[in-house]
Ligand binder design. Structure first.
Ligand SMILES: C[S@@+](CC[C@H](N)C(=O)[O-])C[C@H]1O[C@@H](n2cnc3c(N)ncnc32)[C@H](O)[C@@H]1O
Length: 294
């Protein structure tokens, strides 16, 4: 809990919230739909965007206008790429976007996902889409849909993004899949590195220090515990690695799907100002509380 009584009042509002760390690094949190909020932000204001949008039909965040529950894959791809077109606008010309996406299997068993405890846990692309009407891609049941690449190709073909790397995040120690599987277990997700233009800020030194990692990053899938705020967070180290190579010191970082605020917290800890957008008011309040401690 914050010691600041003003802060306690502020978290009851719908924001936006602005603050700064003890050493004067600024942050902002906006509550609302990513597309709508980004449209209100000035262009070319951020050096780097690091984000993990909701995956397709993997979990229900329980709020209206959430992305990830679209009837068809095409609608989902459009929803993500529409947000990314605004990210493009608000990034500086030499800026980078790191977009973490996981895949989904199509099971077609005829049941929509519920809000039960089990199905609300993130299983990194393991949960099948259970929609009897299909997901609009004409695939056979049990197929992996190929969501990350569908989004990446849309962004690099129909928008101006330059897709520079398809980093594999090897999720060490991730949640186990069911024991009886008729396919290899999934141990990775994608982190696509997009540049706004062909000339952009990039620092190779951290990759050289790591010697072998380059575009396969082995990072334990153990995010910081967020006090019951279950946003399917990614680990701090993933954000650190993106920032080290893709954001200059003191450069500003954006996360339009802020969740529990991992991106913002890690950015601020490194002395970089940070801006987040999040649709779920409870998550926003959690982020603001945490950032007020930095
Ligand atoms: C995978 S989580 C992000 C987790 C985050 N990286 C973290 O470490 O906590 C995706 C987030 O997007 C939010 N979200 C869903 N639809 C949204 C929308 N239309 N605009 C903004 N946020 C949205 C969800 O509430 C959820 O918190």
């Amino acid at each position: 809990m914050s010691a600041n009584p003003l802060f306690e009042n502020r978290v009851e509002s719908v924001g936006p919230w602005h603050g700064e760390t003890r050493v004067g690094v600024k942050w902002s949190v906006y509550e609302g739909d990513a597309l709508a909020v980004l449209k209100t932000l000035p262009e070319k204001g951020h050096n780097c965007c690091i984000t993990s949008p909701p995956y397709y039909w993997l979990r229900n965040y329980g709020v209206d206008n959430q992305i990830g529950q679209e009837e068809t894959v095409t609608e989902y791809v459009k929803a993500i790429s529409d947000v990314m077109s605004q990210v493009y606008r608000v990034l500086k010309d030499d800026g980078l976007l790191f977009l973490n996406l996981g895949d989904t299997y199509y099971s077609g068993k005829g049941q929509s996902q519920g809000l039960d405890r089990k199905s609300s846990k993130r299983r990194f692309g393991l949960r099948a889409v259970d929609k009897s009407g299909g997901v609009g891609v004409g695939m056979q049941r049990k197929s992996i849909i190929g969501i990350p690449w569908r989004v990446a190709i849309e962004m690099s073909s129909n928008q101006k993004w330059v897709l520079r790397s398809a980093i594999i995040w090897h999720r060490q120690y991730c949640l186990p899949e069911p024991k009886r599987l008729d396919r290899p277990r999934r141990n990775y997700e994608h982190v696509f590195m997009f540049a706004k233009t062909r000339k952009y800020y990039f620092n190779r030194q951290p990759l050289l220090r790591r010697n072998v990692d380059e575009d396969v990053w082995t990072i334990p899938a153990r995010p910081k515990q967020a006090n019951g705020v279950d946003t399917a967070p990614y680990p701090d180290e993933l954000v650190q690695r993106c920032m080290e190579i893709g954001c200059p010191e003191g450069g500003s970082v954006l996360d339009p799907f802020a969740g529990s605020g991992t991106t913002l917290r890690v950015a601020l800890e490194s002395g970089r100002p940070a801006t987040g957008v999040e649709l779920n008011p409870n998550f926003c309040h959690y982020i603001v509380k945490e950032l007020n401690k930095t």
